[in-house]
Design a protein around this ligand. Structure first.
Ligand code: XMP
Length: 626
């Protein structure tokens, strides 16, 4: 059989490469970067993935030099290209050019990798290092502002691209992968994708057996619904227990809606647990470390650790109440591949960095998984694949197409800070200098809050930049371009939001004390409901293209007493990358004005100062702010 090897260098998208190539009908296997060349005998091509390392640092993943003696075609992606360049004597440098997000590049259509493509292409970049000197025997076949974005050695049949052809923002990425597999490697066979449903059912039956019991945590999203439906299909009804935990950080009316929707999954044993008090007010010891209650914590990773651990504690108690032997029961979770890769799970990649700890991959779950007690039907899939399975299983479209809601819920949408913090003066000066050099028409300010991003396969926790100046009459396309440039040029910013409820900030920004508590969750629930109802509406008679939309509570204002709100709406299929939705294109032009008006007319109006629209893609930001 024709086979292509993917060598994992720890990139966020290694599995996406695998999936996209398999969808082209080419069989693939993923190996760690350090694999011996001898193990690659029989493979007709190699793709090196991206990764968080730098080729010039001592910790860069080691590889077997003999790989380059195999004489088979190779494609290096991002870090993979830099590794090829370095191996063949070129030079890669830090900060030579940093790019995060979708950009236009020039390509040479004569290169077989770009066969049939136009000379200008939109691609996704996420890198802090860049090629500053080409290796001998390689031609530069793509560039961005004069800097190398692609290399090709005709004699060796080795290509490299600085961008990511595997993700959707690279508009012709699939064509490039096809050119590599079918054209350069010369693969002709067509490999058939496996039957996912039957494979899952077989796995569940093999692991749980005829008498095992599974407690499946159903959040209401499509992921856990698919897991529950597969468990019900594979096992006897009395073997499966559904539990929905309302941790006090759900959206408005969400738990009621979910429990009504879940009836159709065929779970005969289904329980809802209201656990706000336990989640907000329980101090915990996690992996030997003491944590105060959630309501006293600001650090995003600490919040995630506490919430993830509490899910386990509450489930264990529920199992006891059901007289289940928890030590011998299984825990069913709708964990997706991105949850594991973003959590830096070492079983998925030995080289990947942690971006954020997903609730379904905290320490206690890893321990349980190692004991073989966790059943995860979706662990190898991305969101759009789960949706396909949901439809194949016949689940209601309301569940199959439902926008995702993260396990930690509003807990990661309420940024927590102490009051009285003012923005870093030096950073404001750098931003002012940038405004002059870029001749930016917008007022630019640093907000006294930080949020999580993903840049060059690393986690970043950096400042939020606010843009203001033209209210809702702004040209969104040029605003987005300007916003994209800021994190590329200033290494302390990873997210940019535009002020929509007035033309100017109108004073210095200062942080407002905020914590996870009934006041903040209630406030955010109200605003989130307004935001979602205005933005998640059909456009031109078609269902909304927006994959996820929500409000974030930003603890900063001009008085340090009120909060501000950020609106987040993104377009994506697999959530590994995302684009900020464009008003008037992806949702009705009047939605933002309606949101401003409705918030001003609402009961919470007095508590809210500024309203922003988040214009950042992933990368450099993540979809959620924490
Ligand atoms: P990010 O913020 O990582 O989000 O770009 C990608 C997708 O993952 C969801 N998300 C989570 N889902 N548990 C989940 O079940 C989590 O801990 C978690 N964190 C983020 C997020 O809402 C988005 O859909």
């Amino acid at each position: 059989m024709e086979k292509l090897a993917i060598l994992d260098c720890g990139g966020q998208y290694t599995k996406v490469i695998d999936r996209k190539v398999r969808e082209l009908g080419v069989y693939t296997d993923i190996f760690p970067m350090g694999v011996e060349a001898a193990k690659l005998n029989g493979y007709g091509g190699i793709i090196f993935s991206g990764g968080p390392a730098s080729v010039w640092e001592s910790g860069a993943p080691a590889y077997d030099d003999a790989i380059f003696e195999l004489g088979i075609p190779m494609l290096g992606i991002c870090y993979g290209m830099q590794m090829i360049v370095d191996h063949f004597g070129g030079k890669v440098e830090a900060q030579y050019k940093t790019e995060y997000g979708q950009i236009s590049i020039d390509i040479d259509p004569a290169c077989p990798l770009f066969d049939g493509l136009e000379p200008v292409q939109k691609v996704l970049m996420s890198h802090g290092d860049a090629v500053s000197r080409m290796p001998e025997g390689f031609a530069q076949v793509a560039s961005t502002g004069g800097v190398c974005a692609g290399v090709w050695s005709e004699s060796r049949r080795i290509a490299g691209v600085q961008f990511h052809p595997e993700v959707d923002p690279t508009e012709n990425g699939v064509a490039m992968l096809k050119n590599f597999a079918r054209g350069i490697c010369g693969f002709t066979e067509v490999y058939a994708l496996e039957d996912r449903i039957q494979t899952s059912i077989d796995m569940i039956r093999r692991r749980v057996g005829k008498d095992g019991k599974v407690i499946v945590l159903v959040s209401g999203g499509v992921d856990s619904a698919v897991t529950a439906a597969l468990l019900v299909k594979a096992l006897r009804p009395e073997q499966v227990y559904g539990i929905h935990i309302d941790h006090g950080m759900m959206r408005k009316n969400e738990s009621d809606l979910i429990c009504a929707n879940l009836a159709e999954l065929g779970l005969t044993q289904m329980q809802r647990i209201n656990a706000q008090d336990a989640f907000f007010n329980t101090p915990l010891t996690i992996d030997g470390e003491s944590y105060p209650p959630l309501s006293e914590v600001c650090d995003p990773e600490a919040k995630r650790a506490i919430i993830g651990h509490m899910f386990f504690v509450v489930t264990e108690e529920a199992a006891k109440a059901l007289n289940l032997d928890f030590d011998h029961a299984y825990l069913g979770q709708g964990t997706l591949r991105p949850d594991l890769i973003e959590s830096g799970n070492p079983d998925v990649s030995g080289y990947a960095k942690k971006i954020k700890t997903h609730h379904n991959d905290v320490g206690i779950i890893r321990t349980l998984r190692a004991k073989g007690q966790v059943i995860e039907t979706n662990w190898d899939w991305h969101k759009d694949e789960v949706r396909q399975v949901a439809r194949m299983l016949g689940l209601d479209e309301a569940i199959a197409s439902r926008q995702p809601f993260p396990g930690p819920g509003l807990g990661v949408r309420i940024l927590c800070t102490d009051g009285g913090i003012v923005p870093d003066h030096k950073r404001q000066i750098s931003l002012d200098a940038y405004k002059i050099s870029a001749d930016s028409p917008y007022e630019l300010a640093i907000a006294p809050v930080q949020s999580v991003g993903v840049q060059g396969d690393h986690r970043s926790y950096r400042s939020l930049a606010i843009m203001a100046g033209q209210g809702l009459r702004v040209d969104w396309a040029s605003l987005r371009d300007a916003a994209k440039d800021i994190p590329n040029r200033l290494d302390f910013i990873n997210r940019t939001a535009y002020l929509i409820n007035r033309p100017r900030i109108g004073g210095g920004m200062i942080s407002t004390r905020s914590r996870i508590c009934p006041e903040t969750t209630d406030l955010l629930r109200e605003v989130d409901d307004i935001v979602t109802s205005e933005i998640m509406v059909p456009m031109g008679g078609k269902p909304s293209k927006i994959a996820q939309c929500f409000a974030v509570l930003v603890p900063a204002s001009t008085d340090g007493v009120r909060y501000s709100i950020a609106i987040r709406a993104v377009v994506t299929t697999d959530f590994m990358t995302a684009q900020s939705a464009i008003p008037g294109v992806d949702f009705p032009q009047e939605a933002l004005a309606n949101i401003v008006r409705r918030v001003q007319e609402s009961e919470v109006a007095g508590k809210i100062d500024m309203i922003f629209y988040d214009v950042t893609g992933k990368p450099p930001a993540t979809v959620e702010w924490e």
